[in-house]
Design a protein. Sequence first.
Length: 193
Amino acid sequence: MEQDFTTSRDRLYLPFLSGFYNGFAQPVGWLAFRLIIGGMLTIEGWAKIQNPMGLVGFVDGLGIGPGWFFSPLIAVTNFAGGLLIMLGLFTRPAALANAVMLLVTYWFHVTHPYGDAFVTRAGIEYLTANPDLLTPAGQRFLMTDGGARFLNGPTGVQWKANYNSLFWTAGAAIIAALGGGALSVDRRMAREF
């Protein structure tokens, strides 16, 4: 069954916009979404490509292992998969592989919260972005609850880790389900996954 995201003129309050929506806004919007999701995966993957064995201990610790196999696989999945998603080439398998990997990341963040550790890489980034927290007044604000607000509050590090993982997982899964769209290499080929 062919996917059709066009909106018929008779359903629109402003029917004269149907050509704009169907011919420009929807295909360009989908392309922008693919570029954002694929671009972020590529950026994240680049650091892993630079050190493909960097996640060996992490993967072994999850019990998924062997880390020596999955660590470089994650690097390639992020980096090459992100590039393929941006190009719209083999979009569905690239997005599906990343969605599965990102779902494991989400699971990890939910089941392994930061806990009481105040100084983590994310914590240092947060403090760098909010230098006012390093003043005596900022320290009093953070330490009145032992740092719980910093870690678990509405703008806390744990919430951001969970939310970001869920967002990227959903983005990759939606692309895996719907494919590259009208402005993709997949659409130009005779067949697609």
